[in-house]
Each structure stands twice: as structure tokens, then as C-alpha cells.
Design a protein around this ligand. Structure first.
Ligand SMILES: C[S@@+](CC[C@H](N)C(=O)[O-])C[C@H]1O[C@@H](n2cnc3c(N)ncnc32)[C@H](O)[C@@H]1O
Length: 177
């Protein structure tokens, strides 16, 4: 396995007291899945290319799902209210967003960080289809989760980029307080 990049600081910041089961969408090489497995949490990791997870594919706490999330019609979607922690980093497929919010269990959290409009001047992605618009993650959780932290702006590490990120929590009774 090639060297893993470290977990996102946004994810580590809001994972201290996170609970499983965890859903890691578009897990890539699994830098976040591995972090939660190391904390003995159940992890479901999803990606169309799970080859970079081969070394941990038989981990007893890992459910690895190889699927194209952008398939028309019958794409895999998480079960509603099934995950205490839902993680997405550096991936956006807008039609998936509502089901990720729905997948968060009562009292659970959504930790999402990806590229935003304006990123084209730094690097890829530059296609607007893969860039969040101002307030988009806030809008996605509105009325369903409480926004505990939100940022939209330029970062300089691990490399210059325009990003948007949210940490949102679902009410234990599944209503917004
Ligand atoms: C930039 S990587 C981010 C990986 C990981 N979340 C991280 O931050 O380290 C984007 C990931 O999205 C996955 N991906 C892209 N299109 C996908 C699709 N249609 N269905 C499932 N996964 C997809 C890629 O295989 C890749 O692993």
C-alpha cells in the first residue's frame, strides 16, 4: 500500500467523542476508515475502487462496499438512521447528499469537507459539478440537523484549496432543537 495522507484535521477535530457505526463515503485508501477501525468502531467504507483497502478488507469490523455511487437509477444508498457518524471528504455527488443526511442516526453526526466554488484557481477539481456553492452544506442539513461548525474559505494545508466543511448533529429525538 502506498503511504496514506493523514486524516483531515476537520475529521479528527470532530471525531474525538464520535460513536460507531461509521459510514465513510468515497473512502479512497481509507485514511478515515482506518482511524475509526483503530478505535474499535464498526465501519462501512464505500468506494467504486476499493483496491486501496485490500490490506484491511477482511478486518472484522469493516464492511467494504464496492459500488459506483453515481449510477443512474439503482445506485447503492445507505439505510436511513443507520450510522452514528457519517464522513465524507474530498467527494461530492449532489444526488447522494439527502440520503447521507437521512443516514445519520438520532444523536449522530455528519462530518463533511470538500472542495468549493473558487477552487479552480488552485487545482482540480475545477468542474462546478464537483464544487460546493456558498452555504450548500448548511442548506443540505437545514431542518434536519443542527450545524455545530461550518467553514467556507481558502486553506493552505495540506495544499492551497477552496473548501467548505460542516459538522452537524442530529437531535436524539431526530428533530432540530
Ligand atoms: C479525492 S478521493 C477522496 C478519498 C477519501 N475520501 C479521502 O479524502 O482520502 C475521491 C474518491 O471518490 C471515489 N469516487 C469517485 N467517483 C465515485 C463514484 N462514482 N462512486 C464511488 N466512489 C467514487 C474515488 O474512487 C476516490 O477514492
Amino acid at each position: 500500500m502506498s503511504a496514506l495522507i493523514p486524516p483531515s484535521t476537520w475529521v479528527t477535530r470532530f471525531s474525538e467523542d464520535a460513536a460507531g457505526p461509521v459510514l465513510d463515503i468515497a473512502c479512497g485508501a481509507g485514511r478515515h476508515s482506518r482511524m475509526f477501525l483503530a478505535k474499535a468502531m464498526d465501519v462501512t467504507a464505500v468506494d467504486r475502487d476499493v483496491s486501496r483497502m485490500a490490506d484491511i478488507a477482511d478486518h472484522p469490523l469493516l464492511t467494504l462496499i464496492a459500488t459506483d455511487l453515481e449510477t443512474d437509477g439503482d445506485a447503492w444508498r445507505p439505510a436511513p438512521l443507520a450510522f452514528k457518524t457519517v464522513i465524507v471528504t474530498n467527494y461530492l455527488w449532489r444526488p447522494l447528499l439527502p440520503s447521507l443526511v437521512e443516514a445519520v442516526a438520532p444523536g449522530g453526526r455528519l462530518i463533511y469537507e470538500t472542495f468549493a466554488q473558487g477552487n479552480a484557481r488552485f487545482s482540480k477539481p475545477s468542474n462546478p459539478a464537483f464544487l460546493l456553492s456558498p452555504g450548500e452544506l448548511q442548506n443540505a442539513v437545514e431542518g434536519k440537523m443542527k450545524v455545530a461548525a461550518f467553514e467556507h474559505g481558502m486553506i493552505s494545508t495540506p495544499q492551497p484549496a477552496m473548501i467548505q466543511r460542516i459538522f452537524a448533529v442530529k437531535n436524539p429525538s431526530n428533530t432540530v432543537s
